[in-house]
Unconditional design. Structure first.
Length: 86
């Protein structure tokens, strides 16, 4: 088995928690659309299907949490939300 070591694109550094939430939400949305296709392709393999389905649901909950936090920021304001996190 050949192992390839490759450098990956450098990830962004977020000092602002709201910017990070927006970034994380976009990553979740992109990942879920890709993961959904994998779940559909694995319908014939019940074990893989069940594992991917659970993983999809977990990622979906994470996405909903991010959406809720961004909505909460709009309602209570950025500073109040940050204080709530402490």
């Amino acid at each position: 088995m050949e192992v390839k070591l490759e450098s990956k694109k450098e990830g962004g550094v977020y000092y602002d928690p709201v910017e990070w939430l927006e970034y994380d939400l976009q990553i979740s949305k992109n990942g879920l659309s890709w993961l959904k296709s994998l779940v559909e392709l694995s319908r014939e393999d019940y074990t893989t299907f069940d594992m991917l389905k659970e993983y999809y649901q977990d990622e979906e909950e994470d996405m909903y949490w991010g959406e809720q936090q961004l909505e909460l920021i709009k309602v209570v304001g950025r500073q109040n939300w940050i204080l709530k996190q402490m």
